[in-house]
Design a protein around this ligand. Structure first.
Ligand code: 1CP
Length: 344
């Protein structure tokens, strides 16, 4: 099997620039909204392997995408650690028992793979349904990003509690991050054993840290995960994505990862000049371009493609997830334009 998505990550020749889109399965698709309604709530959808498989396949059936991504969430690990995850309508994720002290951190378990078998079952079910059409991406949140949700008790704008712990009790935060890194290693290892062909770490909130704090509290733990997974599965490509991480790209590329995800606040040619010899680059169309007309989308796609030099090492994506109010027809325009204008 030869896939442009895997080949691009490994800098092998590709027939065209591969594309997948963060949140490609989700609320912008009417068929997703229907399955989600059938499941009841979001976590029930994640915990039902047939329905998780169904929504993973929906964008693959509709568009000519080059990879599928497991339908799940990054908050499965904190949920398995006993924090009580729930989704309140319109408010995003919440925890009934957020982390408030060192004592809370000492109590949480590290080996949670037994609580996450529903995720591995979903991976195996999706892998079978894909029947080698396209590769399957497994994923986890980064320890830092997971820690922010666990300490804030949900989404946050200021990360006040997490940063308070970072400055007042750095050792407590390091203990939590250590436990999370070990959990993530076990989690990703099981995803590969169940059929994931490639892995991605979402560090959505890495960009809110200063340089040294980013290195110490986010990147170090991602580097540990990369090293451990590479020792177990040397040929499985790993992509790291720190949103707003433009200042840290050379540090990220030095972890031994295969791909670096970038958002739209950096220029693809600058990034390629910095790290293009070491890693493949994933990105970086502004997700808001998806609100524009097909003609504008085509123009913006050409702009991104023209910034990358060479025939491999670029995986097209948005700089962050596709938003729920995008017209699905524009997703088709995007995918087809990327392929049409990058054919070798
Ligand atoms: O109502 C619904 O249907 C729930 C919306 C939703 C969806 C579709 C959530 C809740 N999660 C997901 C799926 C999801 N989440 C995937 C599936 C695969 C795909 O990409 O198609 C993935 C990879 C994630 C990862 C995820 N969850 C991240 C990292 C990536 C990113 O977007 O930055 C984060 C931060 C989360 C937390 C989360 N889960 C859900 C929401 C709405 C959020 C974000 C909350 C916030 O902004 O803080």
């Amino acid at each position: 099997m030869s896939f442009d998505y895997i080949n691009a990550l490994q800098k092998k020749p590709t027939t065209r620039t591969p594309i997948w889109v963060m949140r490609q399965a989700g609320r912008y698709l009417p068929e997703y909204r229907a399955t989600r309604k059938q499941a009841g709530d979001f976590m029930s959808l994640c915990k039902n392997k047939e329905l998780a498989c169904e929504v993973t396949m929906q964008p693959i059936d509709r568009f000519d995408l080059d990879a599928a991504i497991l339908f799940s969430d990054i908050l499965t690990i904190p949920d398995a650690m006993g924090l009580g995850l729930y989704f309140s309508e319109g408010e995003g994720p919440k925890f009934t028992s957020p982390i408030q002290s060192l004592a809370d951190i000492e109590k949480i378990p590290t080996d949670v793979t037994n609580e996450l078998t529903y995720v591995f079952d979903a991976v195996a079910t999706i892998k079978k349904a894909l029947n080698n059409r396209v590769p399957l991406i497994g994923f986890s949140g980064s320890p830092w990003t997971l820690a922010t949700y666990m300490i804030e008790g949900g989404s946050s704008k200021t990360f006040a509690n997490t940063k308070r712990m970072l400055f007042n009790e750095p050792q407590a935060l390091h203990l939590l991050l250590d436990k999370l890194a070990d959990s993530v290693i076990g989690y990703l290892n099981q995803q590969v054993l169940s059929g994931a062909d490639s892995l991605m770490l979402f560090d959505t909130w890495g960009g809110v840290l200063s340089k040294q704090n980013y290195l110490d509290f986010s990147l170090d733990y991602m580097a540990k995960i990369v090293k451990s997974i590479k020792a177990l599965h040397p040929t499985v490509p790993i992509t790291l994505f720190s949103k707003n991480g433009g200042k840290h790209l050379t540090d990220i590329a030095d972890t031994g990862c295969d791909g670096v995800g970038i958002d739209w606040t950096v220029e693809l040619d600058d990034v390629q000049a910095q790290v293009g010899d070491k890693v493949a680059i994933q990105g970086n169309l502004d997700p808001a371009v998806m609100y524009a007309t097909p003609e504008i989308i085509e123009k913006e796609v050409k702009k991104v493609l023209s910034k990358f030099k060479g025939n491999t090492g670029h995986i097209f994506n948005l700089g962050h997830g596709i938003t729920p109010d995008v017209d699905p027809e524009n997703m088709k325009v995007l995918v087809d334009c990327v392929h049409k204008f990058s054919a070798r």
